[in-house]
Design a protein around this ligand. Sequence first.
Ligand code: PEP
Ligand code: MN
Length: 356
Amino acid sequence: MGKFSLGGKRPLIIAGPCSAETKEQTIETAMQLARSGRVDVIRAGVWKPRTQPGTFEGIGEPGLQWLSEVKEATGLPIAVEVANRSHVELALRYGVDLLWIGARTTVSPFAVQEIAESLHDNHDVAILIKNPMTPDIGLWAGAVNRLINEGVPRENIGLIHRGFSYFGHSKYRNPPMWHMIFEMRSRFPEMMMICDPSHICGCRPLLYGIAQQAADLCYDGLIIESHICPDKAWSDASQQVTPEDCITMIDNVMWRAKTTEDPEFTSELNVCRQKIDQIDSELFELLSERMRTSDKIGEIKKANNVAILQSNRWGEICRRMLSMTRGMGLSEEFVSAILETIHLESISRQNEIMNK
Ligand code: PEP
Ligand code: MN
């Protein structure tokens, strides 16, 4: 098998168990996935960063041996998670084609730097970087830059979106926070972005929805956890699916074209885009007028020595706007967020006026 390249097939489908547990489980899962012809790379963790000590922390080097047998038997490239220099060296010794940096490692600049340096003399291997646990684009971008600074070619680096830790209530294990991904994509537009529905969802019923959303947003592929007997998995049991269910899901995801040359599509789109551009400029002209008016109120309050925050008046505005927008197809959440942003800006401008 030649050198594995991230620049090949789209969508790139990576699947396999969260962890390599036994030789039989690793090989049987991989064989079933490979037989379908729908999977491009087999994944399995052999070093598992776990939240709690005393849980299964990965099988270690024997797992690499099983994976090399998987590669031999299926002809598919293999992928593992690495968190330090010795992981990288061992993985490469066993012929691992694709490395990935896990979310708990991306948060640690020391660890990422060590991995980057261990690739200094091996620029051939492809490596994916998961988003950090915390919703911090700077950390994620920093990890990419550490690899680039050690000479890893940009075309050998890809990104995995696995969702972000979140303290509030969410139906997802790691809510996707899609806007973070738009920001990362605008910083590294040429870099492939793969979605990891398994770690975003943390449970089976939500997987398909996230995978389809990634396809709708033109992601470059998916990484999905699959196990011959998911309920008995030693890690991440609730989110793993059987190879059969994994393939059904992959088959059901509808991938969208990035664009089309169809002139009807282009002209329809252009009409809407012109309209949007016009609306956006009107919106900002109005906002600017609103701020100037609110500045004037600030001047009047100052001249009369009256406090800035008039909470009755603000409550009244919110109630009126929420009831007015109810029939306009705008969600209460959206209207409240906009009102709050406008209010905060008005208050801060009036504050400046008061203290002038
Ligand atoms: C994994 O892929 O099994 C894993 C540990 O994922 P994450 O780093 O996204 O938690
Ligand atoms: Mn996992």
